[in-house]
Design a protein around this ligand. Sequence first.
Ligand code: C2O
Ligand code: CU
Length: 439
Amino acid sequence: MSELPLAVAEDENPDPDVLEVTLHARVENMEVVAGKTTPVWTYGGTLPGPLLRLTAGDRLVVHFVNDLPEATTIHWHGIRLPVEMDGSPHSQAPVEPGETFTYDFVAPDPGTYWYHPHVHDAAQLGFGLYGALIVDPPAPPPAELGDEVVLVLSDIAVRDDGSLAPGDEGGDLATLFGREGGVLLVNGVVQPTLHARNGKRQRWRIVNAAKSRYFLLGLTGHSFQRIGGQTGMYGDAVPSDELLLAPGERADVVVEPRGADGATEQLMWLPFDRGYGSFEFRDPIPILDMEIVGDAIEEAPLALPAVAPIEPLDPNGAEDVHIRLTKETDAEGALHMGVNGVAFDTAIPAQVGQTQRWQIDNEMEWDHPFHLHGFFFQRLDDDGRPSEPVEWLDTVNVPKEGSVEMLVRYDNRPGPWMFHCHILDHADAGMMGMIDLMP
Ligand code: C2O
Ligand code: CU
């Protein structure tokens, strides 16, 4: 039984409006699976990398040093930043082994974000390179939301001798499915224990940092109150028994731990049907023990702070963009995934200030989580209006043989912006494209 750990980055800058850190990416030998030594790829020697926490409007400066055996970058998933800081291989030269790069940008929007590499994404992320990035609103969150717990969910593929399974193990078939590591982790640990004061609310900020695995979550004897998602908070809590986080997605939820003193409840990974092979013959897996401590205390009912409602984007006059998520097999029988039948370089032209209405059709028999860099979008419901509660998203699950419609408005940050499937094996197989945003 191990406690729930999470390293926190140390601020090297006395200015309260700047978080300045030095981050070394390096291989660290760790005991992820009991009795085995695994050479994990880490940010700063910990799994996950250190939590970076700042207030909206603060500047983040990261002196990044690449001590890994191959080139890499850091992408700040969900943050609306200048394109040169996006960590995309289209907007910066990959940082070679032994080299450094300084990321320096302002984080404008409160929310739950994360960071990860964007070179050999699937392999590098699967080897352990990811961390959480939280941007607080300028006013501190009210105490009645409870103590905050950050949960970084992931998985890792460790072989019998402790080594990491190579990123291409299993060939095209594994790529097509998306490689899931057999060892499930919460904050880098197998089934850690969280001690929870009986009746005292907790705010869980959850990141799905796995390269391919979906997390459908249930908490035995409890339900969730979802108070936010990827950015910002909702006006009202949305109750649910289960939470789905596709790769790249985040959730902000309140949990009210209750039970007998010393009782253990479990956070479960539940099989989710994202297509053939994902659901059949798979059992729920406990990923976290929540141990209830003490006699029940009573708290006032949950009341969310008043938040300015998110204005729904206006679909009138939006330019239509239609993309298809596709797969092909070439004459040699090799697998190619793509957008509109093209691997890697489908380019969508756009103009600063413009609004586009995207229709994303999934032609495959598996779900794909669609992620857009640099800009938020609003999902549309069947009647073409932004769905309630109106929220800003950067990642959305596109169901198998289904589609998603969304509106995106481009602010004044021209450049090449990526979009891709966040099952990173699919992205690496070509399911990505680019928005060419022109001034
Ligand atoms: Cu989290 Cu381009 O990705
Ligand atoms: Cu995909």
